[in-house]
Design a protein around this ligand. Structure first.
Ligand code: G6Q
Length: 548
């Protein structure tokens, strides 16, 4: 039982923000910029090598003041301290939330139930480094004596999205003679395509699963084992071709993996917050232990900034507060994440889980239904591709879609004018969204009156621009931590548990019930609703036809 908590909507800051937003609705970014020529230089924060321009939001200094007041009144400061102290702030699962301990430097002390976890974290990192180096150097041999050339991570959700995003993001730094693949879906196509052109003698599987009981992962792991044994024949080969990342040693052993080749983590690491734990083993093999430590130091730099910087200069706090303003006071339902960096092509998918699994909640910590919108929908694609597909709706549609533009000043592949063109586009998009194109401007172009309405851009569409110097392991760590803590900030203000995920349970349970019904040839009484029953019958009859 958790004690009841005060209503957010009754707080004076919330009420003041409601009144403020009502009067501010008439403001246009064109006017805000015209009235204050230094706005773009002032409404920005630069810290930990990250430049956040938030001036193109529909806000004034009063808005920021009220949002900061909301943060104070919501007890954000004490929530941050509680997380860093290792308190069990994941109340429904009675767990500490300590992904920040995964990147704490040696010498820091973070206690969970009286035990300092920092040496444990570094112990696992060291073990990962030895293993990663032996695979990278070719010293680790497969069962038939060949070095490993292919690494396949099998995992799903938090045990997949972080590794695949980080691999893609840091591909520039990866050892190019190794092939990396990521299998997550229980759809057999995923594992079939991942293995079809590989030689089992040169392939290493990393079975990444915190619980080691997840249906999709275990189904894929067993298929991988059968695939490997088809070539390698002997069960003794498993020890050379399968390693595990898990918290469940018993199940790992049961699967047949030597626990000497198991890399552990802890129940205080949530799946979607685990890419920098042993779940990052594939990342470490790809980029090497030194780069992995640089990634961790980037995370840590943002952690320290989040913990120590005053809220008015605190990047994650501001990003979170702006998201709250757009969501709760301007009625925006989503946030578009638009990285202008091809290597970040999986970053929006990664953020979807981080943000939506964390903050897609309908009750507060004490179980009371919320009276306000919680987590917005995060979505996106890399620029400039998105400009030629869905940006139309962002510019001229009827919905308000706040955008987070992410860009790097220096390219990793410097080719001709590509980078200047890329960055010109990102700046231009934010400019176009904010300022639009007026009737006069359209008419001045010589547009005939009948066409003019179609060519007008209202503008006043909010965006943040996040600019970093260069995509490196360290800057990736900073970027991920920035969003992790922005999610934390929003969840703390909404008073929800950002660290549980009960919403994914029901479908899993129902699927377990339906599997045998699909496989059964008996016409037993199906006890679902009429729609589900009919779908099951239809599936069976198509299957039967196919089998003829
Ligand atoms: C993340 C979720 C979820 C989890 C997967 C995989 O926060 O808990 O996405 O990561 O369900 O779970 P396992 O790692 O236990 O296989």
């Amino acid at each position: 039982m958790t004690e009841s908590i005060p209503s957010l909507t009754e707080s004076s800051a919330w009420k003041a923000l409601e009144a403020h937003a009502a009067t501010n609705r008439a403001l246009h970014l064109r006017d805000l910029f015209a009235q204050d020529p230094t706005r773009g230089e002032r409404l920005k924060v630069e810290a930990a090598g990250v430049y956040l321009d938030y001036s193109k939001n529909r806000i004034t200094e009063e808005t920021v003041k009220l949002l900061l007041q909301l943060a104070e009144e919501s007890g954000l400061r004490s929530r941050i301290d509680a997380m860093f102290r290792g308190e069990k702030i994941n109340v429904t699962e009675k767990r500490a939330v300590l992904h920040v301990a995964l990147r704490a430097p040696i010498g820091d002390k973070i206690l969970v139930d009286g035990v300092d976890v920092v040496p444990l974290v570094h112990g696992v990192l060291d073990k990962m480094a030895v293993f990663a180096n032996s695979v990278r150097s070719g010293e680790w041999k497969g069962y038939t004596g060949k070095p490993i050339r292919n690494v396949i991570n099998i995992g799903i959700g938090g045990s997949d999205l972080g590794p695949v995003m980080a691999y893609e993001a840091l591909r520039h730094y990866s050892q190019r003679d190794l092939t990396f693949r990521f299998v997550s879906n229980v759809d057999g196509t995923d594992i079939a395509e991942a293995t079809r052109d590989l030689d089992a003698e040169e392939t290493l599987f990393i079975i990444s699963s915190k619980t080691f009981t997840t249906l999709e992962t275990m189904t894929n792991a067993h298929t991988a084992r059968a695939w490997a044994l088809e070539t390698l024949k002997h069960s003794g080969a498993i020890a050379k071709h399968f390693v595990a990342v898990s918290t469940n040693a018993e199940e790992v052993e049961h699967f047949g993996i030597d626990t000497a080749n198991m890399f552990g983590f802890w129940d205080w690491v949530g799946g979607r917050y685990s890419m920098d734990s042993a779940i990052g083993l594939s990342t470490m093999i790809a980029i090497g232990p030194d780069n992995f430590r640089r990634l961790l130091s980037g995370f840590h730099e943002m952690d320290a900034h989040f913990r120590n910087a005053p809220f008015e200069r605190n990047l994650p706090v501001l990003l979170g507060l702006l998201a709250i303003y757009n969501n709760n006071f301007l009625g925006a339902q989503s946030v578009a994440v638009l990285p202008y960096e091809q290597y970040l092509k999986r970053f929006p998918a990664y953020l979807q889980q981080l943000t939506m699994e964390s903050n897609g909640k309908h009750v507060t910590l004490d179980g009371t239904g919320v009276e306000y919108q919680t987590g917005p929908i995060y979505w996106g694609e890399p620029g400039t591709n998105g400009q030629h597909s869905f940006y139309q709706l962002i510019h001229q549609g009827t919905r308000l879609v706040p955008c987070d533009f992410i860009a790097f000043a220096q390219p990793l592949n410097s080719i001709g004018r590509h980078h200047d063109i890329l960055i010109a586009n990102v700046f231009a998009q934010a400019e176009a969204l904010a300022f639009g194109k007026t009737t006069q401007e359209v008419e001045a172009d010589g547009t005939p009156p009948w066409l003019a309405p179609h060519r007008i851009f209202d503008g006043n569409r909010p965006s943040n621009t996040i600019l970093l110097d260069r995509l490196t392991p360290a800057t990736l760590g900073k970027l991920v931590a920035l969003y992790e803590h922005s999610v934390f900030t929003q969840g703390a203000i909404w008073k929800i548990d950002s660290f549980d995920q009960w919403g994914v349970e029901l479908g899993k349970v129902l699927a377990q019930r339906i599997v045998p019904e699909l496989e059964s040839s008996k016409e037993e009484n199906l006890k679902h609703d009429s729609s589900t029953n009919a779908l099951i019958r239809q599936y069976r009859s198509i299957q039967k036809e196919g089998a003829k």
